[in-house]
Design a protein around this ligand. Structure first.
Ligand code: ADP
Ligand code: MG
Length: 484
């Protein structure tokens, strides 16, 4: 297969991302959107498409999408309307989805992405509101497809990008950024595996230097960021090979098969869309007032790009550390809450980036499920900064704290880890180590100065970790160098 990097072709990628909003109730009906209820327990006559029912717009849907629009530099339409998108499917009893067509509420935005070698801005064509369909369940009954309408009417936003991406890695970075933004805004949990973020990828290729876009295919059914990246890479290769061998790309929808690592074609019948959009007559136009806009603006959190910059400039963190700490809003919040107790940005970043992150990864939990409070982490770091414990003791106490609620200082005492910086305590130990290791002393004096580490290690061990390593180093060198 041809490789993308040195090919004479260039790929063009545009993404359509659906994000499920975290409103309490559905887009147009006063019924819960909570996940996991027993099938069809969260439905109203409206969700079932009964004649005579009327949709009532959930104000939070409008607020949430405007949050997203403002966070991505979109123009907010002061007046927009809903449209009916008509199609037949068993999980859509109304026979249409309420969406927006000609006048999306947000348009012409941008999202900044960072890659290893460069940064780039991806244009957003539009962000519009719509409702989700129900769910068809194929694997519970051998003979029938079952339909659960709990999800029918759940509010979604669809974020449509310009065809501005050129590589699968850019698409991955773009999705990561969208997830980060919706999480910061607290409008969507951003979980692609559970379907609260969904992505369709449009892919085409063209000879490098050509302005005109090639014919695109649309990829669906990717349920993780990695799969989106893989599916796009696969499709680019497929299209280049096709064109190289004299073929032609045909516009169609392809499904990604994560087990086989390849795409397959949808039945053409499934693909035929003729949505016959027309304006939704039962919902009045959405009018966004100045007041509403300024209220929503005031309520926006600090966004990830800004926070990252601040962590570097104000807190003096390295870019690498700042990226990890701001990746997730709750992680950044946790970190900053510790700083409120103990303003030592680097020392606190250290323990969060090593110990805390290690536990989160090991247990596959989020920072919000993490058991050690910010107060106790601050106390632990203070002990270290005050030289009451050394770093290996800090690690040991940290591990203990995961399952023990006592104060770090109390634990340090109980575990006998309080550092003793009293020369009277370490000197006899150092003397003992020197007496016990005449060969090493000989070699050290003969010029092998690196052996100092050996002596320090022995002393630390004999002191059961309680000696102050800095002090030990000083005294050991003093004694060894002085005793000639
Ligand atoms: P549809 O609604 O039929 O999918 P749109 O015009 O809304 O069509 O485009 C959907 C997505 O496809 C957008 O993200 C857009 O950037 C992208 N797109 C359009 N044309 C191309 C192309 N030739 N190659 C790659 N992406 C494209
Ligand atoms: Mg599309």
């Amino acid at each position: 297969m041809s490789t993308i990097a040195n090919s004479k072709y260039e790929a063009v990628i545009g993404l359509e991302v659906h994000a499920q909003l975290l409103t309490n109730s559905k887009a147009f009906a006063a019924v819960s959107t909570e996940y996991g209820g027993s099938p069809n327990s969260q439905v109203t006559p409206l969700c079932l498409g009964h004649p005579g029912t009327l949709p009532v717009l959930n104000e939070n849907l409008v607020r949430y999408i405007i949050r997203m629009g403002l966070a991505t530099n979109c123009t907010i339409a002061r007046k927009s309307i809903f449209a009916r998108k008509n199609y037949f499917y068993p999980d859509l009893p109304k026979g249409y989805q309420i969406s927006q067509f000609e006048t999306p509420i947000c348009h012409d935005g941008k999202i900044h992405i960072e890659l290893d070698e460069y940064d780039k801005t991806i244009g957003l064509t539009r962000i519009h509101m719509e409702e989700d369909a129900g769910k068809s369940i194929h694997d519970q009954d051998p003979y029938h497809t079952l339909v659960d309408l709990n999800r029918a009417g759940t509010p979604l936003i669809e974020i449509v990008s310009e065809p501005d991406m050129r590589t699968p890695q850019e698409a991955y970075a773009y999705l990561t950024k969208i997830k980060q933004i919706v999480q910061y805004l607290e409008i969507c949990d951003g979980n692609m595996e559970e379907g609260s973020l969904r992505c369709d990828a449009n892919v085409s290729v063209r000879p490098r230097g050509q302005e005109e876009l090639g014919t695109r295919t649309e990829l669906k059914n990717m349920n993780s960021f990695r799969n989106v990246e893989r599916a796009i890479a696969y499709e680019i290769e497929r299209q280049i090979d096709l064109v190289e061998t004299g073929g032609e790309v045909v516009q169609k929808t392809l499904l990604w098969d994560a087990n086989k690592n390849q795409t397959r074609q949808m039945r053409t019948k499934e693909e035929a869309h003729d949505y016959r959009y027309f304006p939704e007559p039962d919902i009045p136009p959405v009018v966004v007032t100045d007041q509403m806009l300024s209220d929503i603006k005031k309520d926006l959190p600090e966004l990830p790009d800004v926070r990252l910059q601040r962590f570097m400039e104000e807190l003096g963190l390295s870019e690498e550390d700042a990226i990890v700490l701001t990746e997730n809003r709750y992680m950044a919040d946790y970190y900053e809450s510790i700083l409120e107790k103990l303003y030592k940005p680097k020392a606190v970043a250290n323990i969060v980036l090593t110990e805390v992150l290690r536990v989160l990864n090991d247990k596959s939990i989020s920072i919000r499920e993490f058991s050690i409070s910010v107060d106790r982490i601050a106390q632990l770091v203070s002990l270290k900064l005050d030289d009451k414990i050394n770093s290996s003791a800090m690690q040991e106490i940290f591990n203990k704290m995961l399952t023990d609620d006592r104060d770090p200082e109390e634990l340090a005492k109980q575990m006998n880890l309080i550092q003793v910086s009293d020369a009277g305590f370490v000197e006899p130990i150092i003397d003992e180590v020197i007496t016990d290791n005449p060969d090493e002393v000989e070699k050290y004096k003969g010029g092998k100065k690196a052996l100092v580490g050996f002596f320090i290690g022995q002393v630390m061990k004999k002191s059961q970790g309680k000696a102050n390593p800095k002090q030990v180093r000083e005294l050991v060198t003093q004694k060894l160098d002085g005793e000639s």
